[in-house]
Design a protein around this ligand. Structure first.
Ligand SMILES: NC(=O)C1=CN([C@@H]2O[C@H](COP(=O)(O)OP(=O)(O)OC[C@H]3O[C@@H](n4cnc5c(N)ncnc54)[C@H](OP(=O)(O)O)[C@@H]3O)[C@@H](O)[C@H]2O)C=CC1
Ligand SMILES: CC(=O)N[C@@H](CCC(=O)OP(=O)(O)O)C(=O)O
Length: 346
């Protein structure tokens, strides 16, 4: 059994990691830590985690986290790097924050405006990379893994097969809706019930969202050349879920059938990615609580564009499920261990 600590356990991502770890047969849950909530019972913040109700949140320090085989970091951007540096190389550190996701420091400076901490292997196992290899090949045995952002998980898995198979030439446009838990638990006026219920709104419009370079990095790896993306996120009146509508210019000669074949081949053996039957479209309600990614695609021949729609649960496959999948790969367990492939609907 591996002992596992979760830093940021009072937050949404930390809570979802713990939900999955409770059902994981190869781990025991050690320290659960927080910042301002340290000293509280976990149940005060995560009442859904009944088996862990009496755990007490400890301060997030290297001392508290040391002594575990695995440490999950579910902290705000910028908080992971210093902490990770104090944990031994024998500890598997899985970071849900952005600190180590980008390979290039230039977009990091541009979109995050701080020092670039460095680059860790990127934790999206199903992502196609140049030469047809999947990203999981780079995760086996790693002791440091950077889990993707929730939008990049959905958007990259949606468009990578089309780029990798030469079915699109570029001009990628993505509009994605997210539930409010994607923004974390801290209080913000635009997340108040009165602002969100019955209303949808865009944000980060015009190329300003920090997931833009992460999606471009992923699609560039699949395409084998630079890819530019117009990405517009929107906030939807639901607690969880991402629905990403992605499109790109169809390549000469590509058809709806050849595009579909590219996706079926790319994801044929993937336990968590489902290319839906023709004519059936993804919905967030169908993936909630599961580690699944639902995809559907077609070609809009009138305008010459491939359209792909993806649905994920931002907290499961979009964060915590992806993180536990990375733990399984890093430690040589069955990749699907402890990860639900059934959702909670309605
Ligand atoms: N929510 C999502 O859908 C996704 C989140 N992520 C990433 O996961 C990470 C956590 O996000 P999320 O759970 O949503 O955020 P929350 O705001 O819900 O939780 C943040 C957690 O970090 C703790 N914390 C806050 N400030 C500090 C600090 N300076 N040092 C140490 N701990 C601190 C909080 O403790 P306390 O409560 O005591 O203040 C809390 O436990 C972020 O990097 C986020 O980008 C990635 C993909 C999707
Ligand atoms: C609805 C909402 O606000 N969503 C968040 C996405 C957070 C996420 O996935 O990831 P990282 O912060 O880890 O990059 C946002 O747009 O900033």
């Amino acid at each position: 059994m591996l002992s596992v600590a979760v830093a940021g356990a009072s937050g949404y991502a930390g809570g979802e990691i713990l939900r999955l770890l409770v059902g994981h047969p190869e781990v025991t849950i050690g320290a659960v830590t927080a910042a301002s909530s340290a000293g509280d019972r976990l149940a005060a913040h995560q009442p859904q985690l009944a088996p862990l109700a009496d755990r007490v949140l400890r301060p997030t320090t290297a001392e508290t986290l040391t002594g575990h085989d695995v440490v999950f970091l579910a902290l705000p951007h910028g908080a992971s790097a210093a902490l990770a540096g104090q944990l031994g190389e024998d500890v598997t550190v899985i970071d849900c924050g952005a600190d180590f996701r980008l390979a290039d420091s230039q977009p990091w400076h541009q979109f995050y405006g701080s020092e670039h901490a460095g680059t860790w292997p990127y934790g999206l196992p199903e992502l196609l990379t140049t030469g047809g290899e999947k990203q999981r090949a780079h995760l086996l045995g790693e002791s440091r893994i950077a889990v993707p952002g929730c939008y990049p998980t959905a958007c990259s898995l949606a468009l990578a097969p089309a780029f990798a198979a030469g079915q699109v030439t570029g001009d990628a446009v993505i509009v994605a809706a997210s539930g409010t838990s994607g923004a974390g638990r801290s209080l913000k006026p635009h997340l108040l019930g009165a602002e969100v219920m019955g209303s949808m709104s865009p944000y980060g419009v015009g190329g300003g969202h920090r997931h833009t370079p992460e999606i471009e990095q992923n699609l560039g790896r699949a395409a084998g050349s630079d890819v530019r993306v117009s990405f517009t996120p929107t906030l939807a009146p639901m607690p969880r879920g991402i629905l990403a509508t992605c499109s790109a210019a169809v390549a000469p000669g590509a058809t709806a059938a050849s595009v579909r074949t590219a996706y079926q081949e790319a994801y044929a053996d993937e336990p968590f990615v489902q290319v839906l039957p023709e004519g059936s479209w993804p919905s967030t309600g169908a993936v909630l609580g599961s580690n699944n990614v639902q995809l559907q695609m077609t070609v809009d021949e009138r305008v010459g564009r491939v359209i792909v729609v993806a649905a994920v649960d931002n907290l499961t496959k979009g964060t915590a499920g992806g993180a536990v999948q990375c733990l399984n790969l890093a430690r040589g367990f069955e990749e699907t261990l402890g990860l639900p492939t059934t959702g909670v609907s309605p």
